[in-house]
Design a protein around this ligand. Sequence first.
Ligand code: ZN
Ligand code: ZN
Ligand code: ZN
Length: 365
Amino acid sequence: MASASRLSRAVTAMGEAEVDALLVGPGADLRWLVGFDPPPLERLTLLVVRADGQHTLIVPELERQLAVDAGLPEEVALVSHGESEDPVQRVRAALDTAVAGRLAVGDRLWSQFTLALQAALPDAGWTLASRVLAGLRQIKDDDEIDALRRAGAAIDRVHQRLPRLLAPGRTESEVARDVADAIIAEGHDDVRFVIVGSGPNGASPHHQHGDRALGPGDAVVADIGGSLDGYCSDCTRNYVVGHAPAGYDDTYAALLEAQRAAVDAIKPGATAGEIDAAARDRLAQAGLAERFIHRTGHGIGLAEHEPPWIMADSDQRLEPGMAFSVEPGVYLPGRFGARIEDIVVVTSDGCERLNTTDRQAAMVT
Ligand code: ZN
Ligand code: ZN
Ligand code: ZN
């Protein structure tokens, strides 16, 4: 299976980064490396990937069967620890001579484990696993792109249902509940997030939803996503209830152009900073530079947010197979917000948009 070659590619990247072992807990890195996706809980689960190819997965005894059922690559030895054993001793044993080496720990491993490991391995040097894995994970293979494409199509179908859910008088939370149901009904395995920001709430980019009722003159930002076979969807569309608020139409037209300009700039060899600038310059021309308060996009895959980061001044070069969001936004506090977001995959000569529903703000009555 693909996981075995991913482990060997990780070992090669470890050599380049001068890392002796990777220590990876539950989450996207672990799933990407060995196809195992256990719950992130208080008992230690840790994959030890060694530069010499001797890899060990340490799991709590009660999750041993989960790991067996995951079908681990054969070069990974499975070791479990009982409730009263100290799992850090298992890690020491798995590291062997690497106990005094340079260790790359998962970026999202809980402090509870990281601090215990650091205390037990006083001679080791420490760095982040993303220094080894980010460059590998950000280039998606054909199966990953296919999963992202299916997730993108599924979230597009949810957006097509949204105008019927956004009736005046309904609250953001009522709408969000229906959106969450639709995310599953349209083929996702789980709901990752639902943002329904109405009226002034839309001016707070990560507002989730609350008890505000929709009414005439509201602009609504709907930013929604789930995951399908582990791969995430993430798409933002905009809706107006009854009629657009004052100043909305011109702002929205500039935003739409900015998003298109950024997508048009994507091709292998372009930098992430150039893509960000394409959107930002267009909004600056419309006098909206100060209202675009975040980066243009983020990579996506097994995690909703992962490298590459599409941000100002980044000289990260785009390569075929990179998947990321293009999501410029404009936020006018106290009035409204708007954001247009598609996931794209870089191709040999440009990019493919994985979200294709109409980007105009849809009128709801
Ligand atoms: Zn966000
Ligand atoms: Zn989003
Ligand atoms: Zn996003």
